[in-house]
Design a binder for this molecule. Structure first.
Ligand code: APR
Length: 313
């Protein structure tokens, strides 16, 4: 029997995640949404694509959480996306209600699952999931750093013409405008970025990375990015199911690492069958640590707002 991944929210990111996962043929997939017929229709459509791509994967669409029973991984994408002019924080009140319900319902049926969260504001919704389920924080992981780092890598590739496979970028911190692209640690096949690009170009790429989500929202007008976020989710799910011990930036629960405590925050994590196996601590200079602190303060503020809205007792 294949492992089972349930994706809650069959909208743009949820269904595209199912698509990437089906192509990888690593798990059977359950797509859940509140809208009747839509997850069933998308699942059937994808099922009908499997003979073409030659993948033996079961894809079920449903409105019933009972179908998620005994999932190995639960991916939460349910919630509202941004519209132009909105920040991720503007989604907090509405998405907290949705994520709270979804986390409780899925946990009931899959208490041993690893939870991957995508709904924004990301770091706070990941915190919410841990609180309402009470599960081991290492088994709740937010997707953000892979996406932010991939955006930076894509911009570097566009600027230099080097293969994306040679570009290693690391973006840490919260998934908001104060995220911290680590230019000093990022490199092209081992060569520091500043040997390839002048400072002004690099600074512009850092700024574009920070605003990368907003750039897509501005272009799409009716929703937010979904191809890159869902590709990142699929990479995380595969690393966990295959127990790869893959080191990637993810939102992990902080217990003093990088001087941050009590929130989910983007740091290099080692992903394996137990979720976050380890948080890797880079040696950062004072400037980088100060930037991380600004970002952590923004996440703390958001979590405080959540706590003022929801009682976890
Ligand atoms: N239970 C299940 N599904 C729900 C619920 C709920 N309580 N509430 C909303 N949904 C579903 C919607 O019906 C919709 O199909 O969540 C889906 C969200 O899909 P989209 O609107 O297409 O949004 P998407 O682009 O996928 O973004 C989802 O991910 O990246 C973040 O900021 C983004 O918070 C947003 C989330």
């Amino acid at each position: 029997m294949k492992p089972k991944i349930s994706i809650i929210g069959a909208g743009m990111t949820g269904s595209t995640t199912a698509h990437w996962l089906a192509e990888r043929e690593i798990a059977d997939i359950v797509l859940v949404d509140i809208v009747e017929g839509m997850p069933q229709g998308k699942a059937l459509d994808m099922t009908e694509a499997m003979p073409v791509v030659g993948k033996d994967v079961s894809i079920l669409g449903t409105n019933d959480y009972a179908d998620t029973k005994d999932s190995d991984i639960v991916i939460i994408t349910a919630g509202l996306p941004r519209k132009p002019g909105m920040s991720r924080e503007d989604l907090l009140v509405k998405n907290a209600n949705i994520v709270g319900t979804v986390a409780r319902e899925t946990y009931k049926y899959s208490p041993n699952a690893i939870f991957l969260i995508l709904t924004n504001p990301l770091d706070t919704m990941t915190y919410m999931t841990m609180k309402v389920t009470g599960i081991d924080p290492r088994k709740v992981i937010g997707q953000a750093g892979i996406l932010d780092s991939a955006r930076m890598s894509a911009f570097i590739a566009m600027e230099t013409g080097v293969s994306v496979e040679n570009i290693n970028c690391y973006v840490l911190g919260g998934h908001g405008d104060s995220m911290v692209p680590l230019t000093r640690h990022s490199n092209i096949a081992g060569v520091p970025l500043n040997k390839y690009l002048p400072k002004e170009k690099l600074d512009a790429i850092v700024q574009r990375t920070r605003k990368g989500g907003g750039e897509i929202v501005g272009l799409l007008k009716t929703g937010s990015a979904f191809y890159a976020p869902s590709a990142a989710l699929a990479q995380m799910a595969e690393a966990i199911l295959k127990d790869k011990h893959l080191i990637v930036p993810c939102a992990a629960y902080m217990q003093g690492e990088y001087g941050v405590e009590g929130i989910f925050f983007g740091v290099p994590t080692m992903l394996g069958r137990n979720g976050v196996e380890k948080i890797i601590e880079y040696e950062l200079n004072d400037e980088e640590m100060a930037a991380l602190k600004v970002s952590a303060d923004a996440v703390h503020k958001s979590v405080e707002k959540l706590k003022s809205l929801v009682s976890f007792e």
